[in-house]
Design a protein around this ligand. Structure first.
Ligand code: ADP
Ligand code: MG
Length: 235
């Protein structure tokens, strides 16, 4: 049974059509990555899933959705703990504290809990952002180029960390990136967005848990070529 289902989704901005008749499905606990050139409609697709923008068609998605975007993912005027605490007012203070501690630990930021985002590294800020989303225990996580601003080394560490977190929490994740290697390393399936719709779907065959080494195998390289070809084949 699918956890997210999208049928005949179209999005128009003024007179520009950003997505045309898109279909999509994700199973519960699946990690799906979406790749595509800049302007291909990746962010638009996530915004439609999150119900942030008007669209036509049918989107069926669980009520509790967490989002992590590249920018504006945390409040700069709140500390790491306060960011995680944001929106948890419905819980009593004991429960709030428990959730905050648990997620600081998950984000490996227990010793940085009183620091503001400006005092943290890019990778640490993105860990706060994900912890903040996960604190609400969403069924689905939508991530839009969350590591786009990180240096290559930090980015790889964050990918590994995200996989560890996902293996533990088993959320359904839709992850947008223009980085093909990142998509292949993380996901069960990679979808290529082009010409306003998904033009290709590739299953990622690598066993889990995945280690960095998989990126240096001929199979990884072959799949990378296939995805790249498909992106480049589109006009
Ligand atoms: P991507 O995330 O893949 O780079 P976007 O979803 O941001 O692509 O954009 C898809 C298309 O929609 C682009 O042509 C972009 O210019 C257009 N677009 C995106 N947001 C808006 C907006 N708020 N108003 C008008 N056009 C937009
Ligand atoms: Mg985008």
């Amino acid at each position: 049974m699918s956890h997210i289902q999208v049928k005949n989704l179209s999005v128009h901005y003024d007179d520009c059509c950003a997505l045309n008749d898109v279909n999509f499905e994700a199973k519960k606990g699946e990690f799906v990555a979406i790749v595509g050139k800049s302007g291909s409609g990746k962010t638009t697709f996530l915004h439609a899933l999150a119900n942030f923008i008007p669209f036509s068609g049918q989107v069926t998605i669980p009520k509790t959705v967490g989002v992590v975007f590249q920018q504006y993912a945390v409040f700069p005027w709140f500390t790491a703990s306060e960011n995680i605490a944001f929106g948890l007012e419905n819980y009593n203070s004991e429960k709030q504290q428990q959730i905050i501690q648990e997620h600081l630990k998950l984000a490996e930021l227990e010793d940085k809990k009183d620091k503001y985002p400006g005092e943290l590294s890019g990778g640490q800020v993105q860990r706060v952002a994900l912890a903040r989303s996960l604190a609400h225990n969403p069924e689905v996580l939508l991530m839009d180029e969350p590591y786009g601003a990180l240096d290559a080394y930090t980015r790889e560490k964050m990918q590994q960390w995200l996989l560890d977190v996902w293996m533990t929490c088993k959320k359904t994740i839709v992850f947008v990136t223009h980085n093909i290697e990142e998509a292949m390393f993380l996901a069960d399936r990679v979808l290529v967005l082009s010409n306003k719709r998904f033009i290709k779907e590739l299953k990622v065959p690598f066993a889990r848990p995945r280690q960095e080494e998989v990126k240096f195998t001929p199979e990884f390289n072959e799949l990378r070529k296939e995805i790249l070809r498909s992106i480049n084949s589109a006009v």
